[in-house]
Ligand binder design. Structure first.
Ligand code: NAD
Length: 506
């Protein structure tokens, strides 16, 4: 297989951006990100930031906020302009950005292109909200006035994952800047260049120095410093539930604000009156997009008994047609996994599934040609899976799906909710009142009816239970970056106001 990566000059370089300046790490340390589709290639040489570097970035963000650099906190027109221009720049550079994402993540180009377009949409959406942060006002009977004003929460540390690097960063950066926060971004080490290229583009806008900083490097060093720094007001984290728990425990020591976008184990409930053609296509999209490395991936197919055979055969037919290969090729439907570690983890789950349940399709690591140099695993489906098994309870983060049969609506709801996670779910039934009843009772942040993995920026994204705290996207996506302040103004003009009599005898 030939690769289209030669359109990019490899290896990519990814540096730090601190206080408006691009630079290398103190001491010149770097780390290599391999190309997961062909590990003979280095995709990116990235600056490995030090504690000193991240402290400098935090100081820059702190100073920019505390000094209200270029009136950043109040000049919503400037913020609007920065965000609109960012959306334009992303679109102007969409081809390159898509290739960078595809290269570092191993994401097929047919997915990387809409991924980049979605990032531009997010910036545009929040640009439109920057000038619409109305507060509330209330007048008491005595004429005193309560003003509730929305203020930026301050310096936000953003710690992001690798699986959808641009939109994950955009969902945090765009609303935080829209409300006037300042930011330090710590990208995942598998995808340093994707975030770097975005933050670099943003420095072509009128963004003031210090407002947006980026430091790559290990989570245990750079991430940990951001989480523990008393100069950071808020942590916005997306990643594994386990990492999120550690961050929450650490943040609690200072009552630091947190929002967490964590793991998932999405159920997809198919009733026996479902449109098999539509429901199976939607299922496949949710199951194997980005090789199943998605927090909202469809990982548990809950299928009513009467439709089990027909539905499973439709899904398996589609799964077998998925072309696994070089993500830079237009024909590729599914690329490699992100790393050797992830490949090993996925294979362990497959081995467990083979021993315990019925393997219906897939199950193999692919060999030959480019497959020998990347982390390629087949789309894999297991049937008759016990929902309490680890195949149905643990986040695998790969192209592995568990099918479980149910009898009736109550059992479907029970199985769907029988998980520690609560990020997303899907419901398919021709009976809309039933679909709506089930959607209302599934404890998840998003439930799709007659669709799967739709994520419009106008909606929301976030989890119930151990899938997280807070909501991204949409108007509610601003809330994570806002403090509400009350400004109370006396309207009586009295020097001796009635309550003062509780303390003063006049
Ligand atoms: P991860 O938890 O390993 O890493 C996420 C980020 O945290 C990285 O930047 C990493 O360097 C950093 N980090 C690691 N240890 C840290 C520490 N001790 N202190 C501070 N930062 C630290 O997750 P990942 O493998 O990059 O991403 C995959 C996970 O993300 C999956 O569990 C997936 O479900 C989840 N995810 C959730 C959403 C959502 O919206 N809910 C979206 C995408 C991914």
């Amino acid at each position: 297989m030939s690769s289209d990566n030669n359109r990019l000059q490899l290896p990519l370089t990814s540096d730090l951006i601190i206080n408006g300046e691009e630079g290398k790490a103190t001491g010149g340390q770097v780390f290599n990100r391999e190309n997961p589709a062909d590990t003979r290639q280095v995709a990116t040489v990235a600056a490995q930031g030090s504690v000193e570097d991240v402290r400098a970035a935090i100081d820059a963000a702190r100073d920019a906020f505390d000094q209200n650099v270029e009136n950043w906190i109040y000049n919503y027109k400037l913020r609007e302009q920065v965000l609109f221009r960012t959306a334009q720049l992303i679109r102007e550079n969409a081809d390159r950005l898509s290739r960078v994402v595809s290269l570092e993540v191993g994401m097929p180009m047919r997915q990387a292109v809409p991924h980049v377009a979605a990032a531009a949409d997010i910036f545009e959406f929040y640009a439109g909200l920057a000038g619409k942060l109305y507060g509330e006002s209330f007048t008491l009977p005595n004429g005193s006035m309560i003003n509730l004003v929305k203020e930026p929460i301050g310096v936000v540390g953003m710690i992001t994952p690798w699986n959808f690097p641009l939109t994950q960063t955009a969902r945090k950066v765009a609303p935080a800047l829209a409300v006037g926060c300042t930011v330090v971004v710590k990208p995942a080490s598998y995808t340093p260049a994707a975030s770097y290229e975005l933050v670099k583009l943003m420095h072509q806008t009128a963004i003031p120095a210090g407002v947006l900083n980026l430091v790559s490097g290990p989570g245990s060093v750079i991430g940990a410093e951001i989480v523990t720094s008393s100069k950071v007001d808020k942590i916005s984290f997306t990643g594994e539930t386990l990492t999120g728990k550690g961050i929450a425990a650490q943040a609690a020591k200072e009552v630091k604000r947190i929002s967490l976008e964590l793991g998932g184990k999405a159920p997809y409930v198919v009733f026996d009156d479902a449109d098999v053609d539509a429901a199976s296509r939607a299922a496949i999209f949710g199951m194997f997009r980005n090789a199943g490395q998605a927090c909202g991936a469809t990982t548990r197919l809950l299928v009513q008994e009467g439709i089990h055979d027909r539905f499973l055969s439709a899904v398996v037919d589609l799964a077998r047609k998925i072309e696994v290969g070089d993500p830079s090729q237009q024909s590729t439907d599914m690329g490699p996994l992100i790393s050797s570690t992830q490949e090993r983890v996925v294979q362990e789950y497959i081995k467990f599934g083979q021993d315990a349940f019925e393997l219906v399709t897939g199950g193999n690591k692919l060999h030959g040609d480019v497959y020998d140099h990347g982390y390629y695993v087949e789309p894999t489906i297991f049937d008759h899976v016990d929902n309490s098994s680890k195949l149905s309870q643990e986040e695998i983060f790969g192209p592995v799906v568990a099918v479980t049969t149910f009898q009736d609506e109550e059992e479907a709801i029970h199985l769907a909710n029988d998980t520690d996670f609560g990020l997303v779910a899907g419901v398919w039934s021709a009976d809309y009142p039933r679909a709506m009843r089930v959607a209302r009772r599934i404890r998840a942040g998003t439930v799709w009816i007659w669709d799967n993995y739709a994520q419009p920026v106008e909606g929301i994204w976030g989890g119930y239970k151990q899938s997280g705290i807070g909501r991204e996207l949409g108007y509610h996506g601003l809330d994570d970056f806002i403090e509400i302040k009350q400004i109370f103004t006396d309207g009586t003009g009295l020097a001796m106001k009635p309550p003062y009599g509780q303390v003063i005898k006049d």
